[in-house]
Design a protein. Structure first.
Length: 97
């Protein structure tokens, strides 16, 4: 039991570092288009969190699953809002011509 938790923590910490390094190296002009692709990844995270929330150990998995559901939902909604705003900017530029 404890070994699986440690492996999970190692994977989480490594994912945080790798994710930060990848995002830090992307030019600011590409951040908004990449947000659309991140919505798909967050949707997968959301499904995984729903599965984890109903897992065998009700206390730990429910808390972690509920936290993952909340954070992934915020990320998905924020990504769609940013993408919609970006597309709105392109529509306004097209209308001004």
């Amino acid at each position: 039991m404890m070994g699986a938790v440690l492996v999970g923590m190692y994977v989480f910490v490594l994912a945080v570092f790798v994710g930060f390094e990848i995002i830090a190296k992307i030019p600011p002009t590409l951040h908004t288009p990449l947000m659309s692709g991140a919505n798909a990844v967050s949707g997968i995270t959301l499904v995984g969190a729903l599965i984890a929330a109903q897992s065998a150990d009700p206390r730990v998995s429910s808390i972690l699953g509920a936290t993952a559901i909340a954070l992934a939902t915020i990320n998905v909604v924020g990504g769609f809002l940013v993408t919609d705003r970006m597309l709105g900017m392109f529509r306004r530029r097209k209308d001004k011509r």
